[in-house]
Design a protein around this ligand. Structure first.
Ligand code: DSN
Length: 420
């Protein structure tokens, strides 16, 4: 019998890497044992193309129940009347939004990746910037969303859809203002809340529910579920301008049809089960405490980094992440990512607004607190971590120093085990 020692060994090594270090990539988190357990089940073996009660395969009686539970929990958590829990991840989910609501060649508008948006919000080399006429908004010089400039661009370009949402933006998003802009040009408003959905659930960021026509969230970031995504919406918007004339269907049905048969085949039932478990966890009062603590930790970390002389895009954070312009200390983003990695602090290099450096070695790094908060770290711990970040970067050319620092961090991290 084949026993895959090679892959088992690598999985063990990765678990050890996570346990002995500090995961500070803001889109990452550590799921609970019961979420992980649901992922590794026989549900992975089952085909079930279609939706509960309307499948193209037999034997779906249990996966139907699983998917219904996931959908009901999602609706309750986000206050909407319709949830689709089948998108395999965030990019396919955004693709489904475009497929449902606009036609190839139509104008779509989103935030530039280089200012904190996402590839699937209209980057030229992504499907979203290839099959649609993509126009991109940026930020002001300080890195804040500039709603007047977004409105001006919308009035000039008349997009049919505005994709609002971010992956590296540290401030609160004003959904009402974006709604006004979308309404002023008769555009659909989609909200990609992937990064902040856990904060929304916890009341630490305003929700676009009932404001945006459709919301998309991945399930594995602040929401702390498995890899996956969900599309959330209500019935049709009241503004008839926003309904494609060629389609008589209601919004939920447009979205569902875009996922399957539009884009995907069989849902990943093990993933749906794990999403259901994570949503059950997110409905508990403990999760609200967790979500708020993420933001408190980020606030303290950002303040401490500023005290240590670091320059943060927008001067701080309101959410779970911060973008630090390390070029102001004559360090490149890549150099910072490597040095911190050697010390056991995992971050990612990131562009800063109006970056003059290449995206492969940009001026900044992106840091976040969701995974550290899951492990139980608090404001005091953030103060210590800020000092370690500073020390690692000051000693970035000294591998022995970084190795010794990693040992100190490993000892500290052992007090905060990964969730059971
Ligand atoms: N790749 C994700 C992130 O790191 O923010 C976005 O999908």
């Amino acid at each position: 019998m084949f026993i895959d020692k090679e892959i088992q060994g690598l999985i063990k090594a990765e678990v050890r890497r996570q346990s002995e270090g500090l995961e500070m990539i803001p889109s990452e988190n550590h799921t609970s044992g019961q979420v992980l357990a649901a992922m590794g089940t026989r549900l992975s073996d089952k085909y079930s193309e279609g939706y509960p009660g309307m499948r193209y395969y037999g034997g779906c009686e249990y996966v139907d129940q699983v998917e219904n539970i996931a959908r009901d929990r999602a609706k309750k958590l986000f206050g909407v009347t319709h949830a689709n829990v089948q998108p395999h991840s965030g990019s396919p989910a955004n693709q489904a939004i475009y497929f449902a609501l606009v036609d190839p060649g139509d104008t779509i508008m989103g935030m530039s990746l280089f200012f904190g948006g996402h590839m699937s919000h209209g980057l030229k080399v992504n499907f979203s910037g290839t099959y649609y006429n993509s126009v991109q908004y940026t930020t002001d010089q300080d890195g804040f969303m500039d709603y007047n400039a977004i409105a001006d661009l919308a009035h000039t370009e008349k997009p049919k859809l505005i994709m609002a949402g971010t992956t590296a933006y540290p401030r609160i998003i004003d959904w009402e203002k974006l709604r006004e802009i979308a309404d002023s040009v008769g555009a659909w408003l989609a909200a990609d809340i992937s990064h902040i959905s856990g904060l929304i659930v916890a009341g630490a960021h305003p929700s676009p529910a009932g404001i945006a026509d459709v919301m998309m969230t991945t399930t594995h970031k602040t929401l702390r579920g498995p890899r996956g995504a969900m599309l959330l919406c209500n019935g049709n918007p009241s503004n008839p301008l926003k309904r494609p004339a060629r389609v008589k269907e209601e919004l939920p049905s447009l979205i569902d049809r875009a996922v399957i048969p539009g884009l995907q085949g069989g849902p990943h039932n093990h993933q749906t089960a794990a999403i259901a478990v994570a949503l059950g966890e997110a409905l508990t009062p403990e999760f609200k405490v967790y979500g708020r603590q993420i933001a408190k930790n980020a606030k303290v970390l950002s303040k401490e980094l500023i005290k240590l002389g670091f320059s943060l895009v927008t001067g701080g954070t309101d959410n779970h992440l911060m973008v630090v312009d390390v070029s102001k200390k004559d360090i490149s983003g890549k150099e910072a990512e490597t040095a911190l990695g050697l010390a056991g602090i995992t971050v990612n290099k990131n562009t800063v607004p109006f970056d003059k450096r290449s995206p492969y070695d940009p001026s900044g790094i992106r840091l976040g607190t969701p995974a550290l908060t899951t492990r139980g770290m608090d404001e005091q711990d953030m103060k210590q971590i800020a000092v370690w970040i500073d020390e690692a970067l000051k000693n970035r050319k000294n591998p022995q120093y970084l190795k010794d620092l990693h040992s100190v961090i490993t000892k500290f991290a052992k007090d905060f085990p990964l969730p059971k």
